[in-house]
Ligand binder design. Sequence first.
Ligand SMILES: [Ca+2]
Ligand SMILES: [Ca+2]
Length: 487
Amino acid sequence: MRMKELSLRQDPDLRKELALLARGCDFVLPSRFKKRLRAFHAEQGQAGPHQTSPATKFPMDTNPPSLDQTGLAKSVKSEAPVPTALSESIPKFYFPRGRPKANLNIDGLIAKIEKIFSQFPNERATIEDMGKVAKACECPLYWKAPLFNSAGGDRTGFVSVHKFVAMWRKMLQTCHDDVSKFVHLLAKPGCNYLEQEDFIPFLQDVVNSHAGLAFLKEASDFHSRYITTVAQRIFYNVNRSWSGRISCSELRKSSFLQNVALLEQEEDVNQLTEFFSYEHFYVIYCKFWELDTDHDLYIDQRDLARHNDQAISHKMIERIFSGTVTRRLRKDGRLSYADFVWFLISEEDKKTDTSIEYWFRCMDLDGDGVLSMYELEYFYEEQCVKLETMAIEPLPFEDCLCQMLDLVKPEVEGKITLRDLKQCKLSHIFYDTFFNIEKYLDHEQKDPFSVEAETEGQEISDWEKYAAEEYDILVAEETTTDQYNDG
Ligand SMILES: [Ca+2]
Ligand SMILES: [Ca+2]
């Protein structure tokens, strides 16, 4: 902490930026949002599927059965035509674009939209009018920019009633749930998945028009950084296949669209801790800024090694830069801000599936899907040297290995798989033992099984806890600096 305080005070640029950013951020506990989300779910459960108001429509309501959809799609297509009698007796059960609603009155829905357009001059809607149009379409408010752009509004600055109705009629006929509608509004023509850049116009509109981000309006430099952060968090949480393309089925399994719907009701974006929290962005960005001394938004291995006072081993830093967990490694081998978002969240919360996969990829040197004894020893060696320089006697590797195998209990003796680590619930202790000396020593002071009990009832994630604490510290530092300057 001492190092950080110094760097914050000595950097006048950062001080100015922090002051600007800190304005408008009242500190709130992320757990409040969790409660809200639960209440929201409960409410949804009570209201029948036909009574849900458009603002709080849940994609979950129209979910197809959670079967292995891709596998089914293939087998359905490749099989010989089913005899008529049989095909009549089996109702259709695979709905990649959602289950069609019986008695959907498309003409009635279109008439409602036409009525809204009749209020606008020349029956043309600008982006400012699109909130009303989104509501007439029975969509969450923040679908407005995707609706606008899908009807060509981004090219002409407005959408005519004819263009919009044609687009929306086709959508109603082909996409039967919120997930498939959202994907088709944002995706490039002919694509049934979302890539990172597809989210940018949607997120830019959130920045432009959400009351909770109004203070960011003037600081246009930060728009793209906030947007980058949120886009990375979306992929971190939703794109479970690591493919860089979010499919309808991945989106259905996530809570992203619920969060988009909540943007409409929640004036404080900091309550939306999973994706949109400004405070979380603020913490990630400040942590990056401290490392990125020349502020070109890229960091090299030496920069990243300074994170948390050299807590992470050099061998691990090297692995992070090896390209195994990054999509966009530059030619000169430096890490972008986007990659840092993945790193920090994984480093501060080693219990989520994405994080467990992130570190597994790093430790699996030969990429064979198994952590072998050789790979564990490779990382442990550096930890021993580090402990010795701190005058702490390290456990011999064999003893450490016994402890770790006890902790993880691999299905096949001596071979640790991703599945083992996800099942053991103590992956954070395992990982920190091999590459984070500071956290390793912290864990050493606790009994791992009491830690397990403690985690059971945990309401907020390790990441949320970290972000809340760090935000507090950053704001306190800012206040101190202000007083120091004023006095
Ligand atoms: Ca740099
Ligand atoms: Ca391996």
